[in-house]
Design a binder for this molecule. Structure first.
Ligand SMILES: [Zn+2]
Length: 405
């Protein structure tokens, strides 16, 4: 199975793909890349179009500057994690009405804590707010809090008898770890909504202690595609049911690409690759139709505190230093959360240069400056005698993730 929809199910929506193709044809930077491409009227013709990478989408958006038909056009952080944020667009509502037609994890009597960070052009907080709006539930828009604030807020949430919370798994782990540490229970919590990174199995342990009745409800998507699919507590955590306005395709090397069939879509999402690999097949929950199993990323991106760090971009910058022969990123985690990022350098740096380079990397790498805003000292540049190699294969990867005891 290579498409999430049948020929018949996709037929009407392909008009949107044809319109997107026309828009992409007009982007001067793409030259004649789409010149030979036929307007797709079948899935096979769609699969023959060139795929879009993250940078392509940003190139196209810079040229197209789309605007919403109704309401405001929102700008969100999209794509690369170094330098200034790249930009994706969405109209007010964030396409959640179409999601709500098929997926309703929140109900009117829920008390929902929106713990996705708000601000910094992040989209998840606002799309979750859009879903809550459609659900008609009560909302506590909490966003991110600092380490000292957890016990106090947890007490407040327990008093309010919250029934649902949503965030990235990394952030949810912090909430539940602090609750466990403070001996706070949330017995009324029944739903945990998540989006932004893979589910972390350790969360089940936290939930058993803090909120034994809570079950997970996941979304899969990106700021470019917006929400592509969702799952229920009966689905495996890595498996999502794509929505009918999102066409999922499994391409070469198992790489997933996404095509929007929503006429209101502002980003030109046509065979867009997020870098995730996956497969389509039946879901153990028994719901009919193909479900998308996400098998992880195939590009060199490591998750650091819920944000993607593009390792190759970072290493390229360090390896431009004179007398540096090679560099490696070492992420040290404790309980699944990144504690520190070390850039290991093989070679020599003049006195003071390591610190200057550290400051440059922090300032110039969006993921690092954002993820370590409260503890920038946890990002280090270190000259070493040897990089970390895999003893079994002898390979030295661009990044290594190490779990601290
Ligand atoms: Zn399922």
């Amino acid at each position: 199975m290579t498409f999430s929809l049948t020929e018949e199910q996709a037929a009407d929506g392909l008009a949107v793909a044809r319109r997107t193709l026309e828009l992409l044809r007009g982007v001067p930077e793409f030259g004649d890349r789409y010149a030979q491409a036929a307007a797709p009227s079948t899935l096979a013709e769609l699969a023959a179009l060139p795929p879009l990478a993250k940078d392509d989408l940003n190139t196209a958006l810079a040229h197209l500057e789309p605007a919403a038909e109704h309401g405001a056009t929102w700008l969100f952080q999209s794509g690369g994690s170094t330098g200034a944020p790249k930009v994706g667009y969405a109209p007010t509502g964030f396409y959640m009405a179409k999601v709500f037609e098929h997926w309703r994890p929140l109900e009117r009597d829920d008390v929902f804590v929106n713990a996705w960070g708000a601000g910094r052009m992040w989209g998840a907080h606002f799309l979750a707010a859009g879903l809550a709006d459609l659900s008609g539930c009560r909302v506590i828009a909490l966003g991110s809090v600092t380490a000292e604030e957890y016990p106090q807020w947890l007490g407040f949430l327990a008093d309010r008898k919250v029934t649902a919370i949503g965030g990235t798994p990394s952030v949810l782990r912090l909430w539940f770890a602090h609750a466990r540490a403070a001996g706070i229970e949330l017995p009324s919590l029944r739903k945990v909504l998540w989006l932004g990174e893979a589910w972390q199995p350790q969360l089940e342990e936290d939930l058993a202690a803090v909120a034994p009745k809570a079950r997970r409800h996941g979304m899969f998507g990106s700021t470019e595609t917006w929400v592509v699919g969702s799952n229920s507590p009966d689905c495996p955590a890595d498996t999502f049911h794509p929505f009918p306005h999102q066409l999922v395709h499994v391409g070469d090397g198992g790489l997933l690409d996404f095509t929007s069939l929503d006429p209101a879509m502002l980003n030109p999402v046509l065979r867009y690759r997020t870098g995730d690999a996956g497969e389509l097949g039946p879901c153990p929950c028994g719901r009919p139709g193909p479900a998308m199993r996400v098998l992880g990323r195939r590009d060199n991106v490591v998750q650091v505190r819920g944000l993607g760090l593009h390792v190759d971009e970072l290493l390229a910058r360090v390896e431009r230093e004179p007398d540096v022969s090679r560099a490696q990123v070492l992420v040290t985690e404790r309980g699944g959360r990144a504690q520190s990022v070390d850039v290991l350098v093989l070679g020599a740096l003049p006195p003071g240069r390591a610190e200057a380079l550290r400051r440059e990397l922090l300032a110039g790498t969006f993921t690092l400056s954002t993820a370590f805003v409260h503890d920038p000292e946890q990002v280090r540049v270190r000259v070493v005698d040897a990089l970390v190699s895999n003893e079994r294969t002898g390979k030295t990867a661009g990044f290594v993730v190490r779990e601290e005891a």
